[in-house]
Design a protein around this ligand. Structure first.
Ligand SMILES: [Zn+2]
Length: 459
């Protein structure tokens, strides 16, 4: 799956607190971690903590126009306890086989280095970054003990937004309704987290008699403040770009999306409609106008691949890439400019990953739908360059109109669709093309057998 997370749910990251304070341009310097490991970590009493939680709950209920339906449990947790919870979640949410498949998929797309210890890396990163979390199963929210009492309230505002949303929209169920579509699932995460970032800002802005809807575009604030904070956390700083971007996507892109919805509709009461009519894709989060215009992704179905793939291979994974993750692939192998130009041409996709039982070699099949034939033409050029960079390919064996073949990497575009197959031989690729009903000549006709250039100019 094109999701690195699996262990994160309804948490707030420490790095995000800077958004609140830097947007306000106040007390950015005051954000601090309590002296960790000290006994009685925070100086406040239990009574103070519960009083603060109750005060914030009432405030959030008013901001969000969601009356409290049932009481909540809250507690302060140490880093060790938060880690324990995250490990438990990791085990409960996904089997080891599924986690293996997820890791292999990210490797196959080139989004994490081969053999990257994704699970333990995320666990370490989150143990350090989780400032608070809401457990929808136990209906309880936790605040990390190392958050100083002065910073607790915005964290509470964020977590209590989840708690109130949960009382009305049953977040766990709402999220799991799209568990077979990673792209739609990331889009729903962006609604949950982005709205909780925006409401957390509203809570803090209340003293200044303003709110997120009234503010100018929050995107620049968010981007600069989080980028600063990134570099301070050694784990975030060394995270593969995709892992970092995906972790932050729900918060950052989700907050921008929330602001657009609030500006278009007016109030938090109107925003709740988003839970009833959720965005279908990360594309709708990235381009809220497409959400407003109900532009949904095209459903793409893979052909019957089992008969096309060599027998020694088993299918590990099948899912949707989506505009966000496609943009990450293009960013990684072409750069940010091309990613911004070509990823929005995405209209839908489906991919599958197969693994050889013995050699562990993989075959990755991706079928993409682009906006139109002309976009598919320019996408072909860009994507073949991305594949060349990704797989360190040299000279194509065969090259033609909308078709390029390297040793074991193939890309072919017919009308508005593009098929890439990585890790397979030519016969396998041809069988998949045949399954798609693509005319054979579209795959080979017009092909010129490129001679290897004598020197240079190999790309
Ligand atoms: Zn959250």
């Amino acid at each position: 799956m094109i999701r690195a997370k699996g262990v994160v749910s309804a948490v707030v990251l420490f790095a995000l607190l800077t958004i609140v304070f830097q947007t306000l341009e106040v007390r950015a310097a005051q954000i601090s971690r309590s002296s960790e490991g000290a006994p009685g970590v925070t100086t406040q009493s239990d009574a103070d903590f519960y009083a603060a939680a109750n005060e914030v709950l009432q405030a959030m209920s008013q901001i969000l126009a969601l009356p409290v339906k049932s009481p909540l449990r809250e507690s302060i947790r140490t880093k060790a306890q938060i880690r324990e919870y995250l490990v438990e979640q990791q085990d409960k949410e996904e089997s080891p086989q599924k986690r293996y498949a997820d890791r292999r998929t990210l490797e196959a797309f080139g989004l994490i280095p081969k053999g990257f210890p994704l699970d333990s890396f995320l666990l370490d990163l989150l143990t350090d970054q989780v400032a608070g979390l809401y457990d929808p199963q136990k209906k309880e929210f936790y605040i990390a003990s190392w958050i100083s009492p002065g910073d607790q309230k915005p964290v509470m505002a964020h977590e209590l937004t989840h708690a109130l949303d949960d009382q009305y929209f049953h977040l766990d169920k709402w999220q799991k309704a799209v568990r077979n579509n990673d792209d739609a699932s990331l889009a729903r995460d962006a609604v949950i987290e982005g709205s909780a970032v925006a409401s957390m800002m509203d809570y803090t802005l209340a003293d200044l008699h303003t709110n997120v809807r009234e503010l100018p575009d929050i995107a620049p604030f968010i981007e600069s403040s989080v980028a600063d904070e990134m570099d301070k956390d050694p784990n975030l700083a060394k995270a593969p770009p995709f892992v970092r971007d995906e972790l932050l996507f729900p918060y950052l892109e989700g907050a921008k999306f929330t602001q657009k919805v609030l500006k278009a509709n007016g109030s938090w009461a109107d925003f709740q409609k988003v839970f009833k009519n959720p965005p279908a894709s990360t594309q709708q989060i990235l381009h809220p106008d497409l959400y407003f215009q109900h532009v949904k992704p095209e459903q793409v179905d893979l052909p019957h691949l089992k008969s096309a793939i060599p027998q020694d291979y088993v299918q590990l994974d099948e899912n949707v890439v989506g505009e966000f993750a496609l943009g990450e692939v293009l960013r990684q192998f072409l750069g940010p400019g091309d990613a911004e130009k070509f990823a929005p041409m995405w209209r839908g996709d489906r991919y599958a990953l197969f693994e050889d039982k013995d050699t562990k070699q993989t075959i990755l099949v991706v079928l993409l739908a682009l906006d139109n034939d002309s976009d598919a033409g320019s996408f072909f050029e860009a994507y073949s360059k991305a594949l060349t960079n990704k797989d360190s390919l040299k000279t194509p064996m065969v090259q033609g109109q909308g078709f390029v073949a390297f040793d074991d990497v193939f890309l072919s575009c017919v009308r508005s669709r593009c098929l890439s197959v990585e890790g397979a031989d030519r016969r396998t690729f041809d069988r998949i093309g045949h399954q798609l009903g693509w005319p054979a000549q579209a795959r080979v006709s017009g092909a010129v057998f490129a001679e290897a250039p004598a020197s240079g100019n190999s790309r």
